[in-house]
Design a binder for this molecule. Structure first.
Ligand code: FAQ
Length: 311
């Protein structure tokens, strides 16, 4: 028989109500939230790298200002998410150490390089687009601090997605070389963006339990499908081709049938062997080392202020 606390937890979930930091929760629920929220936070922080690479080379002042704002938003998302994970009793230092040591996961997508300006368009359109599809349902996640953080994050992601779409639109209305650059970039980002939704449903060990706990509201394949349905009309407006020869509308299901995703590539990236894994992690370690004096100074200042008599 369930304890009173356990029954309260079950009732809150069944009522679509929210679990808050001080409420009792099963250890496994806490653990799965720390896993997902910290991975999500790490993704935002590592995800700043492919784009910050282009800040100094953005083609105009306007593009540069927009890109700086976007990358700053990602830092902010990382911070809200670390704060949400901290409410579950995990310290920021523990999470950072795990990332730096290479023990933590972050989204596979950020292990791909961004060698052309069009990649800034593709990241916004495809990567932020996939992030929105995945994260809008997370605004209703059963854990209060996570769901609330997601509301603000999704608003900012939708601006990010539009700015990416608009970069590609401008390139597609430009010269033949610009159109080619946009298409080449979409070709490289399309499949990795589909992999952001995670492994197929029959190979997703965490989904069933996370859905019972109403952390996840839809399966990985369901959200991937929703994303493709959203992309097809947008690709037509842009005039780009999605690089899947098997993509076609299925009259019977009213959904798009997709070609085969290369899951070997996905598992290689997760195992640390993607095109930019080593570089991303090294950059993050260097940034952490470079920032040591700031952390030390902040701690010394806080210590000094605490020792000062109140005036
Ligand atoms: N990459 O059983 P499942 C952004 C792992 S958006 C790496 O299906 P789950 C915005 C998974 O962790 C990107 N690992 O797992 C932005 C698990 O490993 P574990 C971040 C992946 O949790 C845009 C194992 O595979 N978004 O940052 C991936 O039920 C532009 C088995 O998988 C989020 O994190 C992957 N793609 O479902 C920023 C969203 N997929 O932990 C900057 C929140 C799966 O057992 C620039 N997270 N794995 O060792 C989620 O919705 C879920 O965690 C899923 C995975 C859907 C990602």
């Amino acid at each position: 028989t369930a304890s009173v606390e356990e029954q309260q937890f079950t009732d809150l979930i069944a009522a679509d109500s929210r679990i808050e930091p001080r409420d009792w929760m099963p250890d496994a629920y806490r653990k799965t939230l720390v896993r997902q929220i910290s991975q999500h936070a790490h993704s935002e922080i590592i995800g700043m790298q492919p784009e910050s690479n282009w800040i100094t080379r953005a083609p105009s002042l306007k593009r540069k200002a927009i890109l700086i704002a976007k990358v700053q938003d990602e830092a902010g998302h990382g911070l809200y998410l670390y704060s949400a994970a901290q409410t579950l009793g995990t310290s920021r230092d523990e999470m950072t150490d795990a990332l730096i040591a290479g023990r933590a996961r972050y989204s596979s997508i950020f292990n791909y390089p961004a060698p052309s300006w069009a990649d800034i368009g593709s990241i916004g359109w495809l990567v932020d687009g996939a992030a929105i599809c995945n994260q809008v349902p997370l605004c209703r996640a059963s854990y209060g601090p996570y769901g609330r953080a997601m509301v603000r994050i999704c608003k900012e992601e939708s601006f990010h997605q539009r700015q990416g779409f608009e970069i590609l639109l401008e390139l597609m209305q430009g010269t033949a070389a610009q159109r080619e650059m946009a298409q080449e970039s979409v070709n490289r980002w399309y499949w990795p963006a589909l992999m952001m939704f995670g492994p197929p449903d029959d190979d997703s060990p965490n989904s069933a339990q996370s859905m019972k706990w109403k952390i996840k509201r839809h399966s990985n394949d369901e959200l991937r499908q929703r994303f493709v349905n959203m992309l097809v009309p947008q690709a037509a407006v842009l005039g780009v081709t999605l690089p899947d020869p098997d993509l076609r509308f299925n009259e019977a299901t009213q959904l798009y049938d997709l070609g085969e995703i290369d899951w070997t590539e996905f598992h290689e990236v997760l195992a640390g062997r993607g095109p930019a894994n080593a570089q991303r992690l090294q950059r993050r370690r260097d940034a952490h080392d470079d920032g040591r004096w700031v952390r030390e100074a902040a701690a010394a200042y806080a210590h000094k202020m605490a020792a000062k008599p109140a005036t």
